[in-house]
Design a protein around this ligand. Structure first.
Ligand SMILES: C[S@@+](CC[C@H](N)C(=O)[O-])C[C@H]1O[C@@H](n2cnc3c(N)ncnc32)[C@H](O)[C@@H]1O
Length: 243
C-alpha cells in the first residue's frame, strides 16, 4: 500500500508464482487485521492488540520465520515487519495462524492459541513507512541477509546506505540496536564501512567471537540454512545508537 506519492525505485521481486488458495484467503481476510495502512496510529499503546513494553522492527522479513519466532518468544514486545514480497507476507500469515494449503477455512481466521496479537505488517517498501514512524520509537531493528547487490554498479541499491541509516538512526531509541546479518563478504565490508562513517552508531563487537557467532536471541531462517549448506558463514553485526 502506497503512503506517499514519492515512490522510491524498488529492484527486488514483489511477487513470484501464483499464490495458492489458503494463502490468498489469508492475504484477503486476515492480513487487513494486522496490516499497517494509512490510518494506523504510531503510538505504543495503540498499535498492537496487546500491551507491549518495547517495539522491534524487522525490515525485509522474507518468509517471516524470524519475526514469527521472535514474536512468539517475546509476547510483551510489539513487532513491526516490513516486506515487499507478497509470497513472503503470505508465508508469515501461515506461520502465525497455522493455516496451510489444504486447510479447511470455514470459520473466522485466528492466531494460533499460543500467540498474542503483537505483530503488525507493512506489505511494501519500508522507505515509504519511515516518515510515519516517530523519532526514538523503535528499540531494536533487524536487517537480516539483505540482498547483497554485489556488483559495483549496483551498490546504490544496497539497503544499508547513508539515507536509510539516517532514518534508522532517527527512529531507533538512544541505546537501541541495529542488527545486520549477512553471508556476503562484500556486504560485510560495505556495512562496516557505512556504519563506521555514520556518527550515530557504535559497533558493539569487542572480539571476533561477538560477530562470527549467532547472538543469544538468534532465530535461524531458511536463507541462512541455505548459506551454511553452500559453505558461506554469516556474520552478525550489532550497532548501538549512541546516546
Ligand atoms: C535476501 S532476502 C532475506 C529475507 C530474510 N531476512 C531472511 O533472512 O530469510 C531480502 C528481503 O528483503 C526484502 N526487501 C528488500 N528491500 C526492502 C525494502 N526497502 N522494504 C521492505 N522489504 C525489502 C526483499 O523483498 C527480500 O524478501
Amino acid at each position: 500500500m502506497l503512503l506517499t506519492s514519492d515512490k522510491p525505485k524498488f529492484y527486488g521481486r514483489r511477487q513470484c508464482r501464483r499464490i495458492r488458495k489458503a494463502k490468498t484467503s489469508l492475504l484477503d481476510n486476515f492480513l487487513p487485521k494486522m496490516e499497517i495502512n494509512k490510518n494506523t496510529v504510531f503510538k505504543k499503546d495503540k498499535l498492537f492488540g496487546t500491551a507491549v513494553s518495547k517495539i522491534y522492527l524487522e525490515i525485509g522479513f522474507g518468509n517471516g520465520e524470524h519475526i514469527a519466532e521472535q514474536a512468539l518468544r517475546n509476547p510483551d514486545i510489539g513487532f513491526i515487519g516490513a516486506e515487499v514480497f507478497k509470497n513472503g507476507v503470505a508465508n508469515l500469515l501461515t506461520l502465525i495462524t497455522g493455516i496451510k494449503e489444504g486447510s479447511d477455512i470455514t470459520e473466522d481466521i485466528k492466531l494460533l492459541p499460543d500467540r498474542v496479537d503483537n505483530i503488525r505488517i507493512f506489505n511494501d517498501d519500508v522507505r515509504l513507512l519511515f516518515a510515519r514512524i516517530p523519532d526514538n520509537f523503535i528499540d531494536k531493528l533487524f536487517v537480516l541477509f539483505p540482498d547483497p547487490w554485489p556488483k559495483k554498479r549496483h551498490a546504490s541499491r544496497r539497503f544499508i546506505n547513508p539515507d536509510n541509516l539516517k532514518e534508522i538512526a532517527r527512529i531507533l531509541k538512544p541505546g537501541g540496536i541495529l542488527r545486520v546479518a549477512t553471508d556476503h563478504k562484500i556486504y560485510k565490508g560495505w556495512t562496516l564501512r557505512q556504519l563506521h562513517e555514520c556518527p550515530d552508531f557504535r559497533w558493539t563487537a569487542s572480539c571476533g567471537n561477538d560477530w562470527k557467532h549467532e547472538p543469544v536471541d538468534w532465530v535461524q531462517t531458511k536463507y541462512q540454512r541455505k548459506a551454511l549448506a553452500e559453505g558461506r558463514r554469516p556474520v552478525f553485526l550489532d550497532f548501538e545508537k549512541k546516546e
